[in-house]
Design a protein around this ligand. Structure first.
Ligand SMILES: Cc1cc2nc3c(=O)[nH]c(=O)nc-3n(C[C@H](O)[C@H](O)[C@H](O)COP(=O)(O)O)c2cc1C
Length: 378
């Protein structure tokens, strides 16, 4: 008989469904509230927060805006993280950590008022801000510590809140299989996301998707041996719904996570991409103004959107309804914008922009419908 004594209750309906779906990847800066709400509106099944380092969230004050419902974690007048009840059942909060006690405290901070559905450990980011002090992708070379952090997160999280991890491949397949086995044997995780690149690979290098099937099979084997269900989520070079079937067939996963595709256009979760200039960017701004999103973040995210074509994503598909000349003007005006009003003008929107109440209500209705029906990508 498999030992299930340390497992959290399996059938809690509040646990997110990792088994089937398309997920918004964690992205520092880009994955702020407006991006996540747009991704949900356009069909993402789960959304990850940007990585927040454990010490950053520790000691924050939680404030709720009674008018909009916005939940903010504030320290020294700076917003460290924000979220909204409408996304709660689909929101996975990503922790950056190299210290089990701090990771546990970070988990307690965001679960004390039930603000998120799951917590995820970043074991894949190779950027210096993340690898500092052994966090992010550096955890791949300290698997015992990685597993101790997962145990601390599981112990700190309420039983209905999932714990997951996001890793990269190791250079050797054998080492990768040993690592995932060690992680699964902690009996702490509800899913494992694998970014199919190694720590030293650049984002432009093609993801090593062909290596994933063996990893998936091994995770399933170890999970079955230990009486668990641990879906693997594939990440890397999935840019749109049209990539899904090919990657599923190649890797054997049923869930995929998209980062740069959603950075360029959060409507990549549905079949037909929405026009950035006339639909996506104006909605992004409405959310930003409604939720008082920090201006620097709003401007950065808007300028990262792909206004013209999918060229930045290796495609040539034209996604805008506006002539190229106008798009160039919009981008130039956005990059010169000094406040939200300038950004609205750049996007040819009236000021003040209309409230986002109606957008939030649409997301709520969509998610409520999804709860009754099978998930979109099942
Ligand atoms: C702007 C940006 C920020 C990112 N921030 C994070 C992060 O906070 N945590 C993390 O685990 N990965 C982060 N990543 C990596 C992505 O989640 C993802 O693993 C990677 O981009 C590969 O997916 P893709 O091929 O769909 O882009 C980031 C990627 C981008 C482009």
């Amino acid at each position: 008989m498999p030992d299930t004594s340390s497992l959290p209750p399996a059938a809690d309906p509040r646990m997110p469904n990792f088994r089937h779906g398309l997920f918004l990847a964690p992205m520092v800066r880009i994955g702020s509230l407006p991006t996540r709400l747009l991704a949900l509106e356009y069909g993402a099944d789960l959304v990850w927060s940007p990585e927040v380092v454990d010490r950053a969230i520790m000691g924050t004050e939680r404030r709720v805006n009674p008018k909009t419902g916005l939940v903010e974690f504030i320290k020294e007048d700076k917003q460290i993280f924000s979220c909204h009840p409408v996304e709660r059942s689909r929101l996975i909060y990503q922790v950056g950590s190299a210290t089990p006690e701090h990771a546990a405290e970070a988990v307690r901070m965001v679960t004390a008022h039930d603000d998120v559905a799951g917590v995820d450990l970043n074991c894949g980011c190779p950027k210096p801000f993340s690898t500092l002090g052994g966090m992010g992708a550096n955890l791949l070379s300290t698997p015992d510590l990685l597993c101790d952090i997962l145990r601390a997160m599981r112990a700190a999280a309420p039983p209905h809140v999932s714990v997951t991890a996001k890793i990269r491949l190791l250079p050797s397949q054998e080492d990768t299989l040993a690592l995932v086995e060690q992680i699964v044997r902690t009996r702490t995780i509800r899913a494992l996301t694998v970014h199919c690149r190694t720590k030293n690979m650049r984002p432009r290098e093609p993801a090593l998707l062909h290596r994933l099937r063996e990893v998936v099979d091994h995770v399933h084997k170890v999970a079955a041996e230990t009486g668990q269900d641990v879906p693997v989520v594939c990440n890397g070079d999935c840019f749109s719904v049209s990539d899904v079937e090919r990657i599923q067939e190649l890797t054997g996963v049923s869930s995929l996570m998209l980062a740069r595709g959603a950075e360029a256009n959060p409507s990549c979760f549905r079949e037909e991409r929405a026009c950035v200039a006339t639909e996506v960017a104006p909605k992004w701004l409405r959310y930003a103004v409604h939720f008082d999103n920090p201006f620097g973040n709003t401007k950065y995210c808007l300028t990262q959107l792909a206004f013209n074509t999918t060229a930045s994503l290796g495609g040539t598909e034209r996604v805008s309804k506006l002539p190229k000349r106008e798009l160039v003007e919009i981008r130039a005006a956005l990059s010169q914008g000094r406040n939200d009003e300038d950004l609205a003008k750049a996007l040819r929107q009236a000021w003040p922009v209309s409230s986002a109440d109606e957008l939030v209500a649409a997301v709520q209705a969509k998610l409520a419908q999804g709860e009754k029906q099978p998930m979109a990508h099942e």
